[in-house]
Design a protein around this ligand. Structure first.
Ligand code: DLL
Length: 437
């Protein structure tokens, strides 16, 4: 544990700390000259404990767009020492500012997450998240340095070169998106370098991934590799909001002394009790330059409760089911791409690479899943595996999915950024062809 005195605080003390931090934050924000904060807090009564949080209105993604680029800063711009940005789906990116204390916090929370996933000062940590405006590379980088590990800023791309580096520098920890972690393992196998690589654990996030995908990554790197989940988002800080511990995978410890979680109904905004699936809402209790109050993440999860064999007392949240906006509505039936992924990747004969195509060429929308065989020895069994997959999907989903089962390596790989899994087909051009350029 990186900060045991905080990470094992008894729940009542944690709640007290959260209340103090929240009321301190509100006082700081009330003192800010920014128009945005004056308006946001106008008419809000006293905020003395965490129970007062629901009296504050939600914050939505559109506020970042409206306040672009620096309207949400709670400090003068000259106090900012770093900016990050996430690319918006439409138009303007979301800009996030950090002062020196925020940068230190960014390092601390990532060091805590790395330690939860198995990292120690003795590790060599290969950071293959993208560096730049994206928060992944620099966020985990500062965490790995704060932990005292040897930190290798590999960034994304160039899998062949990265495999050599992993072997030559003796990396023991791998920080990468789950899709790139698997891509690197495939490359290492193709180059005959797997036996030269000593990776023990990985910290993977920035995109949704199923338990089946975890198994593919762990198998690809060898049985002892622990693949753990890391969650975060630019609007809140970047990576470092929640992470699994290697002792108890299946839920993520939320660093709730800094990021206070609530779960609400995504349609009505009504709070939901622990255990119920809904939209995660986050409040940054300690961010200084650009805090957020009750930010609607659009990410779907549930609160699992506290108590964990690792000794951390923070509550855990479930692995992400997807985003509210990801939900596909196929002939009136709601389906999340992650559900289809879980069903497909349950099958050991299928590789971890897949794509879902929403075919909108006719008014009857069709779903197509493209997968590939895990290795070429399975080619003679293609029909049998395909029928098994189709049956597995038909038994569980209420929508029909056409399955295409290709040869190993037939689905295009992506070496940078977040893996694109869902493609929309509107004409006779194959939407996956765009990945080849
Ligand atoms: O993806 C920050 C990050 C970097 C997290 C590296 C983990 C590792 P954004 O680009 O702003 O920030 O995207 C945030 O990505 O709202 C989720 O929808 C999704 N996401 C992030 N982590 C996970 C995860 C970074 N572990 C958005 N599981 C979030 C599922 C995730 N989805």
């Amino acid at each position: 544990m990186f900060l045991p005195e905080i990470e094992t605080l008894p729940p009542t003390e944690l709640k007290k700390l959260q209340g103090e931090r929240l009321s301190g934050l509100i006082e700081r924000l009330r003192a800010s000259d920014a128009e945005y904060w004056k308006k946001k807090l106008n008419g809000i009564g006293s905020v003395a404990s965490i129970e007062d949080l629901p009296s504050i209105p939600f914050t939505s993604k559109s506020e970042f767009r409206d306040q672009y680029p620096t309207g949400m800063l709670a400090v003068p711009l000259r106090d900012v020492v770093r900016v990050h940005a996430s690319s918006g789906t439409s138009g303007k990116p979301t800009i996030v500012g950090y002062n020196a204390a925020d940068v230190a916090l960014f390092g601390e929370v990532n060091a805590r997450c790395l330690a939860a996933c198995g990292g120690t000062p003795d590790d060599v940590i290969h950071v293959a998240y993208g560096y730049g405006l994206f928060t992944g590379g620099l966020g985990v980088h500062y965490g790995a340095e704060a932990l005292g590990a040897v930190t290798v800023p590999a960034s994304g791309g160039n899998a062949v070169f990265q495999v050599g580096l992993l072997a030559d520098l003796g990396a023991t920890g791998l920080a990468a998106t789950p899709s790139f972690a698997l891509r690197l393992a495939e490359q290492a196998a193709a180059d005959g370098r797997l036996a030269d690589i000593r990776l023990r654990w990985g910290i993977h996030g920035a995109e949704p991934w199923s338990e089946g995908f975890r198994e593919k990554i762990q198998e690809a790197w060898g049985g002892d590799y622990d693949a753990c989940d890391l969650y975060g988002l630019s609007e809140v800080i970047g990576p470092g909001v929640a992470a699994e511990c290697y002792q108890n995978k299946g839920g993520l410890h939320i660093l709730e002394d800094h990021f206070y979680p609530e779960i609400v109904d995504p349609d009505t905004g009504e709070p939901l009790p622990d255990g119920e699936l809904g939209e995660l809402v986050l409040t940054t209790l300690t961010r200084q330059a650009q805090p957020v109050l009750r930010y609607r993440t659009r990410d779907i999860t549930r609160i699992l409760g506290a108590g964990c064999p690792c000794g951390r007392t923070s509550r855990r949240i479930d692995r992400f089911q997807g985003r509210v906006d990801d939900m596909l509505i196929i002939r009136g039936i709601n389906v999340y791409p992650r559900t289809i992924e879980s069903l497909l990747l349950d099958d050991p004969c299928i590789s971890g690479q897949f794509a879902i195509v929403v075919d909108r060429r006719s008014t009857m929308v069709e779903l197509e899943a493209r997968v590939e065989l895990a290795d070429s020895s399975l080619v003679p069994r293609r029909e049998e595996i395909l029928n098994r997959l189709k049956k597995h999907l038909a038994d569980t989903l209420r929508v029909r999915v056409e399955v295409l089962l290709g040869d190993p390596g037939s689905i295009p790989r992506q070496d940078t950024g977040k893996a694109k899994r869902v493609f929309v087909r509107v004409d006779d051009t194959d939407p996956l062809a765009a990945l080849l350029h």
